[in-house]
Design a protein. Structure first.
Length: 442
């Protein structure tokens, strides 16, 4: 094994013992009650998963192993000459449950550099798709083609011991994370830059190399943006669609490539990761209709009201759990103020931030009228020339790998079983309400 795997195994063994003791003493205790509305409305608020890597606080936003985003901005190691945290450090924190040292992060960067080779058949598979294919379809297709490299799948077929599940999940996860920037950049250059691909730079950190292969490697600021972006999008508890899907598919002992690809198909949905695409699209449409790239707050307010009157939502605003401005939005706003305070599009995002919440609050129906992470990210990317908003979710997917795969490693280390909740029919619900039948069965 390697240094990281050995250290993880020590922590996992201690955690397994802790969980066994918890279940032995408290396993029969109820943690909550399920209502009919929760059953019919997306299982909202049902506590039914354990996700070790992060927890969503309604007031403080996402906490990674207890640390808020502002805290991580201060405490995580940074690239030489940079001010944004390296996502390698966040992955280490999520996996180990402790802040990394500079040496820990350098070691992890080195490991991912060595594991980053992508076989040619992956590129050939992507190239077989029509050029008009959505970037997320190309990306997930590339991940599925890469599944041929799964060590977990090979070892399971040979009959490995259950105790080794975590180790080959770990190996696959490390390989997959290391290779994702290459696949993501290949998709971008193929679709938007005439397949003029840029070879990786083995001396760069994970995010810096992604910026380089995308074609923005000459910009120190864009590298910094990628480091910020990859950090703040990495995880968001275990119950969101992409994280839950990776957990669910992984619980069937599907290897990390299969589980991750499944989760990213969920991320591609417009109610999940595709929302960052919808935000910038909505702003561009507003600017086109108003005939200006610097709309006034009054013009923005009227357009927002028209959007709502048409039965549509304002993309990027509202969150199922948060009850204040998403700290991930704030982190991006601070980045914008540092590097592009006079950018018209970025200023429009800030004006929307001032206009939209009061309008949504006046409706009296929305618990959280504040912006989430998607409300800002597109404007920062456009500033540096990445205007192809269909691609933004691919960047989200690369980042989200850090959280969902760290979680999957823990799921295998803790021997979590296959996920199989009980479902009922409306007919059974009606009988239960009449006292004619028990709703909870085997």
């Amino acid at each position: 094994m390697n240094v990281i795997a050995d250290k993880f195994k020590e922590k996992a063994d201690l955690h397994v013992a802790e969980i066994k003791a918890l279940l032995k003493e408290h396993g029969s205790k109820k943690i909550g009650e399920v209502t009919l509305s929760q059953i019919y409305q997306g299982m909202r608020g049902i506590t039914g998963l354990v996700s070790e890597t992060s927890l969503l606080d309604a007031q403080e936003g996402i906490r990674f192993r207890g640390y808020s985003i502002p805290e991580l901005s201060q405490k995580l190691p940074k690239a030489e000459g940079g001010s944004e945290p390296l996502p390698e450090g966040l992955f280490y924190l999520m996996l180990m449950g402790e802040l990394p040292t500079e040496e820990d992060v350098k070691h992890l960067t080195s490991v991912w550099q060595r594991r980053s080779h992508v076989p040619n058949h992956v590129f050939h598979t992507i190239d077989a798709l029509p050029l008009g294919t959505h970037p997320m379809t190309m990306f997930v297709t590339g991940v599925m083609a890469l599944q041929t490299e799964s060590k977990f799948s090979k070892m399971y077929a040979e009959g490995m011991n259950k105790k080794d599940y975590w180790h080959y999940t770990f190996d696959d996860a490390m390989d997959l994370i290391a290779r994702l920037p290459r696949i993501a950049a290949y998709v971008y250059r193929r679709k938007y830059h005439f397949s003029e691909h840029i070879q990786p730079d083995g001396l760069l950190d994970w995010s810096g190399n992604l910026a380089h292969m995308l074609g923005f490697g000459d910009s120190h600021e864009f590298k910094e943006l990628m480091r910020l972006y990859m950090t703040i999008h990495a995880d968001h508890e275990g119950g969101n669609v992409s994280a839950h899907t990776v957990h669910l598919v992984g619980s069937a002992l599907s290897d990390p490539y299969l589980a991750y690809a499944a989760g990213m198909n969920g991320l591609a949905g417009p109610l999940h990761g595709l929302a960052n695409q919808e935000v910038i699209k909505w702003i561009f449409e507003m600017e086109e209709k108003l005939g200006t790239n610097q709309p006034s707050k009054e013009q923005i307010a009227k357009y927002v009201e028209d959007t709502l009157a048409a039965g549509k939502v304002v993309p990027g605003y509202g969150h199922a759990v948060l009850r204040k401005t998403d700290p991930r939005f704030t982190a991006q706003m601070e980045f914008g103020k540092r590097y592009m305070p006079d950018d018209p599009l970025v200023n429009t995002v800030w004006n929307i931030y001032e206009v939209v919440p009061p309008i949504l609050q006046s409706l009296g129906k929305i618990k959280n009228p504040w912006p989430n992470v998607d409300a800002h990210s597109g404007a920062l990317l456009v500033h540096y020339g990445m205007k192809e908003y269909e691609y933004y979710t691919v960047l989200f997917a690369v980042s989200r790998a850090l959280g969902v795969l760290a979680n999957l490693i823990w799921s295998r280390a803790l021997s979590f079983p296959i996920e199989r909740p009980k479902s009922v029919t409306t007919d059974l619900v009606n009988k239960w309400l009449k006292g004619e039948d028990e709703i909870w069965g085997e």
